[in-house]
Design a protein around this ligand. Structure first.
Ligand SMILES: Cc1cc2nc3c(=O)[nH]c(=O)nc-3n(C[C@H](O)[C@H](O)[C@H](O)COP(=O)(O)O)c2cc1C
Length: 248
Protein backbone atom coordinates (compact mmCIF):
# COMPACT_ATOMS: atom_id res chain seq x y z
CA UNK A 1 0.00 0.00 0.00
CA UNK A 2 1.38 3.45 -0.87
CA UNK A 3 1.82 6.05 1.90
CA UNK A 4 -1.05 8.11 0.45
CA UNK A 5 -3.40 5.13 0.45
CA UNK A 6 -2.38 4.35 4.05
CA UNK A 7 -3.24 7.90 5.11
CA UNK A 8 -6.57 7.73 3.29
CA UNK A 9 -7.60 4.54 5.05
CA UNK A 10 -6.09 5.24 8.47
CA UNK A 11 -8.71 4.59 11.14
CA UNK A 12 -6.39 4.28 14.12
CA UNK A 13 -6.90 6.45 17.17
CA UNK A 14 -3.41 7.96 17.11
CA UNK A 15 -2.93 11.64 16.42
CA UNK A 16 -1.32 12.30 13.05
CA UNK A 17 2.32 13.52 13.13
CA UNK A 18 3.20 16.87 11.50
CA UNK A 19 2.45 16.78 7.76
CA UNK A 20 5.60 17.05 5.64
CA UNK A 21 3.82 17.41 2.30
CA UNK A 22 0.64 19.02 0.98
CA UNK A 23 -0.80 15.55 0.39
CA UNK A 24 -0.12 14.57 3.99
CA UNK A 25 -1.65 17.82 5.26
CA UNK A 26 -4.78 17.27 3.15
CA UNK A 27 -5.17 13.67 4.25
CA UNK A 28 -4.48 14.19 7.94
CA UNK A 29 -6.58 17.33 8.40
CA UNK A 30 -9.78 16.57 10.17
CA UNK A 31 -12.00 18.36 12.62
CA UNK A 32 -10.49 17.71 16.03
CA UNK A 33 -12.86 18.16 18.97
CA UNK A 34 -10.57 17.33 21.90
CA UNK A 35 -7.33 19.17 22.61
CA UNK A 36 -4.44 19.03 25.07
CA UNK A 37 -3.85 22.18 27.18
CA UNK A 38 -0.34 22.48 25.66
CA UNK A 39 0.03 26.17 24.71
CA UNK A 40 0.76 27.44 21.21
CA UNK A 41 3.09 30.44 21.07
CA UNK A 42 1.99 33.76 19.64
CA UNK A 43 4.81 33.62 17.06
CA UNK A 44 3.55 30.22 15.89
CA UNK A 45 0.00 31.57 15.48
CA UNK A 46 1.39 34.60 13.61
CA UNK A 47 3.38 32.31 11.32
CA UNK A 48 0.25 30.24 10.49
CA UNK A 49 -1.75 33.40 9.77
CA UNK A 50 1.02 34.76 7.53
CA UNK A 51 0.95 31.50 5.55
CA UNK A 52 -2.85 31.53 5.28
CA UNK A 53 -2.70 35.13 4.03
CA UNK A 54 -1.02 33.80 0.87
CA UNK A 55 -4.45 32.47 -0.16
CA UNK A 56 -5.98 33.76 -3.37
CA UNK A 57 -8.77 36.33 -3.00
CA UNK A 58 -11.11 38.26 -5.25
CA UNK A 59 -8.92 40.99 -6.90
CA UNK A 60 -6.45 40.41 -4.04
CA UNK A 61 -8.96 42.12 -1.75
CA UNK A 62 -7.85 40.00 1.28
CA UNK A 63 -11.17 40.68 3.03
CA UNK A 64 -10.40 38.63 6.17
CA UNK A 65 -9.83 39.65 9.78
CA UNK A 66 -8.85 37.24 12.54
CA UNK A 67 -9.55 37.65 16.28
CA UNK A 68 -7.08 35.52 18.27
CA UNK A 69 -8.21 34.49 21.75
CA UNK A 70 -6.09 32.81 24.41
CA UNK A 71 -5.98 32.80 28.21
CA UNK A 72 -8.29 35.14 30.11
CA UNK A 73 -9.95 36.85 27.10
CA UNK A 74 -10.82 33.41 25.71
CA UNK A 75 -12.21 32.28 29.07
CA UNK A 76 -14.32 35.46 29.31
CA UNK A 77 -15.78 34.93 25.85
CA UNK A 78 -16.59 31.28 26.62
CA UNK A 79 -18.29 32.37 29.86
CA UNK A 80 -20.44 34.90 28.03
CA UNK A 81 -21.39 32.38 25.34
CA UNK A 82 -22.29 29.68 27.86
CA UNK A 83 -24.40 32.19 29.75
CA UNK A 84 -26.23 33.06 26.52
CA UNK A 85 -26.63 29.37 25.62
CA UNK A 86 -28.02 28.49 29.05
CA UNK A 87 -30.46 31.41 28.80
CA UNK A 88 -31.58 30.02 25.41
CA UNK A 89 -30.14 33.13 23.80
CA UNK A 90 -29.37 31.60 20.41
CA UNK A 91 -30.45 34.07 17.71
CA UNK A 92 -33.65 33.22 15.84
CA UNK A 93 -32.13 34.39 12.60
CA UNK A 94 -28.49 34.49 11.62
CA UNK A 95 -26.88 37.52 10.03
CA UNK A 96 -26.86 35.76 6.66
CA UNK A 97 -28.43 32.46 5.50
CA UNK A 98 -25.76 29.92 6.44
CA UNK A 99 -27.72 26.67 6.19
CA UNK A 100 -31.34 25.41 6.07
CA UNK A 101 -33.31 24.50 9.18
CA UNK A 102 -32.73 20.81 10.13
CA UNK A 103 -35.93 19.59 8.41
CA UNK A 104 -35.34 21.59 5.24
CA UNK A 105 -32.12 19.96 4.07
CA UNK A 106 -32.42 18.30 0.65
CA UNK A 107 -30.82 15.11 -0.67
CA UNK A 108 -28.04 14.08 -0.91
CA UNK A 109 -26.94 16.56 1.81
CA UNK A 110 -29.69 15.48 4.20
CA UNK A 111 -28.38 11.90 4.27
CA UNK A 112 -24.73 12.95 4.54
CA UNK A 113 -25.63 15.24 7.44
CA UNK A 114 -27.53 12.43 9.20
CA UNK A 115 -24.63 9.97 8.72
CA UNK A 116 -22.19 12.56 10.09
CA UNK A 117 -24.40 13.23 13.12
CA UNK A 118 -24.86 9.52 13.87
CA UNK A 119 -21.12 8.92 13.57
CA UNK A 120 -20.28 11.74 15.94
CA UNK A 121 -23.04 11.50 18.51
CA UNK A 122 -24.04 7.84 18.61
CA UNK A 123 -20.99 5.88 17.48
CA UNK A 124 -18.20 8.08 18.87
CA UNK A 125 -19.83 9.65 21.93
CA UNK A 126 -22.47 6.99 22.70
CA UNK A 127 -25.23 9.62 22.86
CA UNK A 128 -28.67 8.24 21.88
CA UNK A 129 -30.61 10.14 19.14
CA UNK A 130 -33.25 11.42 21.59
CA UNK A 131 -30.84 12.30 24.39
CA UNK A 132 -31.22 16.07 24.02
CA UNK A 133 -29.27 16.72 27.22
CA UNK A 134 -26.31 14.64 26.05
CA UNK A 135 -26.29 16.35 22.68
CA UNK A 136 -26.43 19.78 24.29
CA UNK A 137 -23.56 18.89 26.63
CA UNK A 138 -21.39 18.08 23.62
CA UNK A 139 -22.62 21.09 21.64
CA UNK A 140 -21.76 23.33 24.59
CA UNK A 141 -18.09 22.40 24.22
CA UNK A 142 -18.01 24.27 20.90
CA UNK A 143 -17.97 27.51 22.87
CA UNK A 144 -14.87 26.43 24.80
CA UNK A 145 -13.22 25.75 21.41
CA UNK A 146 -13.24 22.08 22.51
CA UNK A 147 -10.54 22.84 25.08
CA UNK A 148 -8.06 24.18 22.51
CA UNK A 149 -5.61 26.76 23.91
CA UNK A 150 -6.24 29.08 20.94
CA UNK A 151 -9.65 30.17 19.66
CA UNK A 152 -9.92 32.16 16.45
CA UNK A 153 -12.90 34.09 15.17
CA UNK A 154 -12.76 34.77 11.45
CA UNK A 155 -14.62 37.76 10.00
CA UNK A 156 -14.79 39.21 6.48
CA UNK A 157 -15.97 42.47 5.00
CA UNK A 158 -19.76 42.62 4.55
CA UNK A 159 -19.47 43.81 0.95
CA UNK A 160 -19.19 42.14 -1.46
CA UNK A 161 -20.39 39.31 0.79
CA UNK A 162 -20.50 36.33 -1.61
CA UNK A 163 -16.96 36.92 -2.85
CA UNK A 164 -15.64 37.57 0.64
CA UNK A 165 -17.16 34.31 1.94
CA UNK A 166 -15.44 32.35 -0.84
CA UNK A 167 -12.16 34.06 0.04
CA UNK A 168 -12.73 33.25 3.72
CA UNK A 169 -13.11 29.56 2.84
CA UNK A 170 -9.79 29.56 1.03
CA UNK A 171 -8.11 31.33 3.95
CA UNK A 172 -9.59 28.87 6.41
CA UNK A 173 -8.45 25.79 4.50
CA UNK A 174 -4.94 27.22 4.05
CA UNK A 175 -4.78 27.92 7.78
CA UNK A 176 -5.89 24.40 8.65
CA UNK A 177 -3.33 22.83 6.30
CA UNK A 178 -0.52 25.08 7.61
CA UNK A 179 -1.50 24.01 11.13
CA UNK A 180 -1.11 20.35 10.14
CA UNK A 181 2.39 21.08 8.85
CA UNK A 182 3.20 22.47 12.32
CA UNK A 183 1.80 19.35 14.03
CA UNK A 184 -1.29 21.26 15.14
CA UNK A 185 -4.96 20.45 14.61
CA UNK A 186 -8.08 22.52 14.10
CA UNK A 187 -11.87 22.50 14.06
CA UNK A 188 -13.85 25.08 12.06
CA UNK A 189 -16.93 26.14 14.04
CA UNK A 190 -19.98 27.78 12.51
CA UNK A 191 -21.75 27.29 15.85
CA UNK A 192 -20.38 30.68 16.93
CA UNK A 193 -22.62 32.55 14.51
CA UNK A 194 -25.68 31.47 16.52
CA UNK A 195 -24.50 33.96 19.12
CA UNK A 196 -23.21 36.71 16.87
CA UNK A 197 -24.51 39.56 19.08
CA UNK A 198 -22.37 38.26 21.99
CA UNK A 199 -19.31 38.03 19.73
CA UNK A 200 -19.94 41.46 18.26
CA UNK A 201 -20.15 42.99 21.72
CA UNK A 202 -17.15 41.19 23.22
CA UNK A 203 -14.78 41.57 20.29
CA UNK A 204 -16.03 44.99 19.19
CA UNK A 205 -16.58 43.69 15.68
CA UNK A 206 -17.51 46.64 13.43
CA UNK A 207 -20.77 46.57 11.45
CA UNK A 208 -18.99 46.35 8.12
CA UNK A 209 -17.59 42.92 9.11
CA UNK A 210 -19.50 39.60 9.05
CA UNK A 211 -18.62 36.70 11.36
CA UNK A 212 -17.74 33.64 9.25
CA UNK A 213 -16.91 31.06 11.92
CA UNK A 214 -14.66 30.15 14.81
CA UNK A 215 -11.61 27.89 14.63
CA UNK A 216 -10.19 25.82 17.47
CA UNK A 217 -6.40 25.48 17.23
CA UNK A 218 -4.08 23.34 19.32
CA UNK A 219 -2.57 19.90 19.85
CA UNK A 220 -5.06 17.03 19.52
CA UNK A 221 -5.66 14.84 22.57
CA UNK A 222 -4.81 11.33 21.35
CA UNK A 223 -6.52 9.62 24.30
CA UNK A 224 -9.93 11.29 23.97
CA UNK A 225 -12.64 9.17 22.38
CA UNK A 226 -13.52 12.06 20.04
CA UNK A 227 -10.09 11.54 18.45
CA UNK A 228 -11.43 8.27 16.99
CA UNK A 229 -14.06 10.07 14.92
CA UNK A 230 -13.57 9.96 11.14
CA UNK A 231 -15.69 11.11 8.21
CA UNK A 232 -15.85 9.61 4.72
CA UNK A 233 -15.86 11.21 1.27
CA UNK A 234 -17.74 10.54 -1.93
CA UNK A 235 -15.64 9.26 -4.87
CA UNK A 236 -14.53 11.75 -7.55
CA UNK A 237 -17.01 10.27 -10.06
CA UNK A 238 -19.97 11.44 -7.94
CA UNK A 239 -19.09 15.12 -8.16
CA UNK A 240 -17.17 15.45 -11.46
CA UNK A 241 -18.08 15.73 -15.13
CA UNK A 242 -15.30 15.12 -17.63
CA UNK A 243 -15.97 16.43 -21.13
CA UNK A 244 -13.32 14.46 -22.99
CA UNK A 245 -12.03 10.89 -23.11
CA UNK A 246 -8.51 12.20 -23.75
CA UNK A 247 -5.96 11.81 -20.98
CA UNK A 248 -5.78 14.80 -18.59
C1 LIG B 1 -17.53 26.28 7.81
C2 LIG B 1 -17.56 25.07 8.73
C3 LIG B 1 -18.24 25.14 9.94
C4 LIG B 1 -18.23 24.06 10.82
N1 LIG B 1 -18.84 24.18 12.04
C5 LIG B 1 -18.69 23.20 12.95
C6 LIG B 1 -19.16 23.40 14.28
O1 LIG B 1 -19.74 24.43 14.62
N2 LIG B 1 -18.94 22.42 15.19
C7 LIG B 1 -18.30 21.26 14.85
O2 LIG B 1 -18.13 20.40 15.73
N3 LIG B 1 -17.85 21.03 13.58
C8 LIG B 1 -18.01 21.98 12.64
N4 LIG B 1 -17.51 21.82 11.37
C9 LIG B 1 -16.78 20.60 11.04
C10 LIG B 1 -17.54 19.69 10.07
O3 LIG B 1 -18.52 18.96 10.77
C11 LIG B 1 -16.52 18.75 9.41
O4 LIG B 1 -15.65 19.52 8.62
C12 LIG B 1 -17.15 17.68 8.53
O5 LIG B 1 -17.97 16.83 9.27
C13 LIG B 1 -16.07 16.85 7.82
O6 LIG B 1 -15.23 16.25 8.79
P1 LIG B 1 -13.65 16.53 8.86
O7 LIG B 1 -13.46 18.01 8.99
O8 LIG B 1 -13.19 15.80 10.10
O9 LIG B 1 -13.03 16.02 7.61
C14 LIG B 1 -17.55 22.87 10.46
C15 LIG B 1 -16.89 22.80 9.22
C16 LIG B 1 -16.89 23.88 8.37
C17 LIG B 1 -16.15 23.79 7.06
Amino acid sequence: MTETAELMTDTTTKVAPPAATVVEALLTRRSVRAFLPTPVSRSEVECLLALAAHSASNSNSQPWHVHVLTGEPKRRLTGALWQALDADGRVAEREYPYQPAPDDWEEPFRTRRRVFGEGLYRETLGIAPHDAEGRLAHHRRNYDFFGAPVGLILTVSRTPLAGALVDAGLFLQALMLAARHAGLDTCPQASFIDFYPVLRRHLKIPDDQIIVCGLALGYADPEHRLSRHRTVREPVSTFTTFYSEEPC
